[in-house]
Design a protein around this ligand. Structure first.
Ligand code: NAD
Ligand code: DAU
Length: 332
């Protein structure tokens, strides 16, 4: 049985990965998570004790990281500050966790000779023009726009340097926008779903023409597992499922699925530096590792996600008011 250390496993994608891995593989999992505003032990409730443990602590604490890395066969590093808007308000935590935290994880896997998979984002490549067919590939130049994406770009460069200079065995994945259950209500899709449950109009930044490339979190995590098993050390794999949609299209679909008219939304202040478009070419992942997405009809994945938020109000209600207060203060 493989024993995995999953950093950031109490957050959105990490917790879905832990559930996925315990269900689909015979791995045992230790989660290291600082339980910030984005980390919730409830995300990991009910998992089998003999195969799962949650350790509360930070990837910026080297002694703890070393101890847990030594005890594991492999590390999947999700831990990060993940929200662009927060990085514009206060970049410091992004530098600490995303850059310094990754440095400590790298030093530990180097010391103990453990395999690392580093979770990153397509945002490191900057933006694509609207209305073109151009997509990101593993060869795209780095050109991050926000403090968040710059900190993730820095972490990718550290991983590449530790592979080349110290022979660390590591892979990197850069994914497009994930959606699914247990995503914080600060993020676009859960914010609009929970707004509608509360009778509030969805909020579109700027014109709403910006495009994101949506992938269901289970498809993302199945790809991560394939990379962990079969990926070549030093390689970068882009994860995406051909899910390009403008924000306006997504809001209109959510409105339709939740029984509202297509124009029942507000335009609000745009995000400074707002990237226009992301799109992933996942050919390498598909052809080299044989991965295929299962959620190929976006409206179906979105419908399941809406149902999850309707059924789990106790999960998101405690974070909703404070999140909306922060948006309101910025006219968003
Ligand atoms: P999230 O904000 O929901 O979860 C992040 C988790 O990391 C939380 O549980 C938080 O408590 C934990 N954490 C934060 N600081 C920590 C620290 N110092 N030490 C240990 N744990 C800490 O984020 P997410 O959306 O699940 O993203 C997970 C990873 O995936 C991130 O690395 C992010 O950059 C990457 N990513 C996210 C997306 C997306 O669409 N959400 C897409 C591509 C890549
Ligand atoms: O591309 C991968 C990235 O996707 C990840 O690296 C990030 O961790 C993740 O947060 C996500 O970043 P985005 O900035 O694309 O996601 P967000 O959910 O914040 O916003 C998605 C789009 O919707 C973006 O164009 C901004 C817009 N938006 C967002 C909110 C919260 C709105 O129009 N209205 C909103 O209320």
């Amino acid at each position: 049985m493989t024993s995995l250390l999953v950093t950031g496993g109490a957050g959105f994608i990490g917790s879905n990965f832990v559930h996925w891995a315990l269900q689909h593989t015979d791995a045992s999992v230790v989660v290291l998570d600082a339980l910030t505003y984005a980390g919730n032990p409830a995300n990991l409730a009910g998992l089998p004790r003999e195969r799962f443990e949650l350790v509360a602590g930070s990837v910026t604490t080297p002694g703890l990281v070393n101890e847990l890395v030594e005890a594991a066969d492999a590390v999947v590093h999700f831990a990060a500050e993940s929200h662009n808007d927060n990085s514009l308000e206060g970049p410091g935590a992004f530098i600490d966790t995303n850059i310094l935290g990754t440095y400590h994880v790298l030093q530990a896997v180097r010391q103990f000779g453990r395999r690392l998979h580093h979770i990153s984002t397509d945002e490191v490549y900057g933006e694509l023009a609207l209305g073109t067919a151009e997509r990101f590939t593993p060869e795209s130049p780095y050109d991050p726009s926000s403090p968040y994406s710059a900190s993730k770009a820095a972490s990718d460069h550290l991983v590449r340097a530790w592979v080349r200079s110290f022979g660390v065995e590591a892979t990197i994945s850069n994914s497009s926008n994930n959606y699914g259950p247990r995503q914080h209500v600060e993020k676009f899709i859960p914010r609009q779903i929970t707004n509608l449950i509360d009778g509030i109009r969805p909020k579109l930044y700027g014109t709403g023409e910006n495009v994101r490339d949506w992938i269901h979190v289970d498809d993302h995590n199945a790809a991560v597992w394939e990379i962990l098993q079969k990926g070549r050390s030093g390689e970068t794999y882009l994860i995406g499922a051909d899910g390009e949609r403008s924000n306006k299209e997504v809001v209109e679909l959510i409105l339709q699925l939740m029984g509202h008219g297509a124009d029942w939304y507000d335009h609000v202040n745009d995000r400074p530096g707002h990237d226009l478009r992301y799109a992933i070419d996942a050919t390498k992942l598909r052809e080299e590792l044989g991965w295929e997405p299962r959620y190929t009809v976006f409206s179906e994945g979105l419908e399941d996600t809406i149902t999850w938020y309707e059924d789990n109000e106790a999960w998101w209600r405690p974070m909703k008011a404070a999140t909306e207060e922060r948006y309101a203060a910025r006219g968003q």
